[in-house]
Ligand binder design. Structure first.
Ligand code: F6R
Length: 366
């Protein structure tokens, strides 16, 4: 049942190219220059006339929501707020019938997310669900939605759910951008072409497993780690840190790279591994100077860079290359090495990868 893999998590990491294809199949039509999603098509005016979009979710799904914020604002120019469902539901939020709420949940059973949806509905908002489990409570409670089609996710640490959630959010953002005219037709078509190349690029990245394993072996005994990224890859830094925490029990924190100088830089010494995403179009020069600040304090740098990078390679202790793509699509690639890294560290430390302590696959209590 694990398809020849030692753990469900590793199997699910490797399923991502197929899961992403399953998610966009029949929806994304690059030759016709079209994205078809009935849940959006049937409610297009609600999205186009929305004052703002509020995304609610927990954990990894919340991280996907943050990527969604960057995508929707950048492409479709709609204001977006991303909220932890547990905070949203208890803070007397301002919600109006002109708000569109997007709830994201792999299981479709997360109690806080479900309660937040009910609250938003009671205030008249239109609620759109992005769920993986078909027929789940959240899928039933929302007005419309789009399934991720990732297939069953059994490992407690979410992997393919995250990348397929981002895939759905990318399709929605592109579709709304086209409908609103905030993106040219040529840019839209270019994105569809680039999106279609992502699964093969992930396939290629999965082959660097041995290199990630070597890095895991060097840093597996670290007590603390930092994950840094900017822009579209800031949420990927948060997700990288969460993956390490939950299955390796190593304390890790994700930060926007520029926030480091406002506090966390005090933590840096020669024992601190710092994972930095430095893709070539993502505020590259700024990230390079963040890396230099870390290096001058003796921190160890493991950088995720774009193929062919020279500048970061000179300063970093280790580099992992991802293939070139549009910056907005890089989270689908940069997240892969982080998933593999946490997996290998957890295995090397002898932890129960698929069933980490204190965690449940679906959190049906608040
Ligand atoms: C992390 C993880 C959790 C879930 C969170 C939300 O790997 O699995 O953080 O992402 O509990 O779960 P869903 O998406 O089912 O609502």
């Amino acid at each position: 049942e694990k398809g020849g893999y030692d753990h469900f998590m590793l199997k699910e990491i490797h399923e991502q190219p197929k899961a992403i294809i399953d998610t966009y199949r029949g929806r994304m039509l690059p030759n016709e220059g079209l994205i078809k999603m009935s849940g959006i098509d049937d409610n297009l005016n609600k999205f186009l006339n929305a004052n703002r979009i509020i995304i609610i979710a927990c954990g990894t799904s919340w991280h996907a929501g943050l990527v969604g914020e960057y995508l929707l604002e950048d492409m479709a120019r709609i204001p977006v707020e991303v909220e932890y469902a547990s905070e949203f539901r208890y803070r007397n939020p301002i919600i109006t019938p002109n708000d569109v709420v997007i709830a994201i949940s792999q299981s479709g059973e997360t109690a806080d997310t479900l309660a937040a949806i009910k609250l938003a509905k009671s205030k008249g908002a239109f609620v759109f669900g992005i769920c993986n489990v078909v027929g789940s409570s959240i899928a039933r409670e929302t007005h419309a939605g789009a399934y991720t089609h990732a297939g069953p996710e059994i490992g407690v640490a979410s992997t393919k759910a995250f990348t397929t959630q981002i895939t759905v959010l990318t399709l929605i953002s592109l579709k709304l951008a086209k409908a609103k005219g905030t993106m040219s037709d040529s840019a839209f078509r270019m994105y569809l072409q680039k999106m279609q190349l992502i699964p093969a690029k992930i396939e290629g990245l999965l082959k660097i497993d041995e290199k990630v394993k070597e890095i895991a072996a060097v840093y597996k005994d670290a007590k603390n780690c930092l994950y840094l990224g900017r822009g579209f890859n800031f949420p990927v830094a948060l997700e990288g840190a969460l993956k390490l925490k939950e299955i390796s029990y190593i304390h890790a924190e994700g930060y926007p790279a520029a926030e480091m100088k406002h506090g966390p830089i005090a933590l840096i010494d020669e024992n601190m591994p710092i994972f930095v995403i430095a893709t070539n179009k993502g505020h590259y020069e700024k990230v390079v100077s963040n890396i230099q600040e870390i290096k001058s304090r003796s921190g160890k740098i493991i950088a995720i860079v774009t193929e062919g990078d020279v500048q970061v390679r000179e300063i970093a202790d280790h580099v992992i290359e991802i293939p070139e793509t549009e910056e907005a699509l890089t989270p689908l690639l940069t997240t892969i090495p982080f998933q593999l890294l946490s997996y290998h560290v957890a295995v090397m430390l002898g932890k129960n990868v698929d069933q980490p302590r204190n965690l449940a696959k679906s959190v049906t209590v608040e």
